[in-house]
Write a protein that binds this ligand. Sequence first.
Ligand code: IPM
Ligand code: MG
Length: 362
Amino acid sequence: MTARHILLLPGDGIGPEVVAETAKIIGWFSEHGPVKFTTSGALIGGAAYDATGTPFPDETLAAARKADAILLGAVGGPKWENLPYASRPERGLLGLRKELGLFANLRPAICFDALADASTLKREVVAGLDIMIVRELTGGIYFGSPRGVETLPDGTRRGVNTEVYTSPEVHRIARVAFDLAGKRGGKVCSVDKANVLECTEMWREEVIKVHQAEYPRVVLSHMYVDNAAMQLVRNPKQFDVMVTTNMFGDILSDIASMLTGSLGMLPSASLGKPDTPGVYEPVHGSAPDIAGKSLANPIATILSFAMMLRYSFDLKAEAGKLEAAVKQVLAQGLRTADIMQPGMKKVSTGEMGDAVIKALGA
Ligand code: IPM
Ligand code: MG
């Protein structure tokens, strides 16, 4: 039997709770599926900072490189907000993405029918929604230099960040989007701010080059990011695959999450070269306000594991089975607090995990 190793990086806040639920599900698939999964844990984020003095210890990177795939919870919290930049929990996550070269971040926003009324938007706007946001993850303003804050001779301060992309960076993320579109609805919308930012005008031109040379059958459109944000809440079903820069993708994917009912529903996969382990994590953050109270929704992390089954292990049937189990539990009316609606049964983080296992076993 094939064996695969998954590194668990629970991180901060609700991270440990949602990863613990997903670890149970990993265990279920290890027992009942064609692949045996082993797991180990390592520190990242604020938890790593508290224990070792750095949010991204060398041992964590070494363990990550050795793993077949990585499941991450969340990083950050008020406790670490006043640390210098290099010590902040977020640097752990950004360091992991950068060191592993995980340039492609896939964030599927799917509205399960049972949750169409849980969104703050009208049912008819979100019901049946299935879009894929492809966010560039290792470039752009998140990593560009110069960066930093300086105090000028007159005592005023000046802060700088730099939006920067090279054409190969644009080409490889565009290919990811076009490839995905080819297997889905056949449409890519590239989101930029080409009317103001030269860097993203270049982005648009390079996306067009890849399209013309390699993907003539995919339908390509372009949208400015302000319009894209508005269209996502006005008529999200016009989109199939959206591809965009690191920062625009960060923002648009949080918007998209609300179309699915809750930020607690959105999974993600961060992928690099085929031989690098992917990182799978919920899009939501560490939610320190509800941490440790068994209120967190583990579904985004569970669905991230489904993405792992699909993208890292090519276990499509198993991924589909897990997604169907989540759908079934929601159809049964079980809800964590974030997706609670009148007439439904409110469950804890652990009860939601157990219900998914039960649905798998049925
Ligand atoms: C995300 C998060 C991260 C990001 C933070 C925690 C660094 O918001 O994954 O969307 O900005 O990429
Ligand atoms: Mg974000």
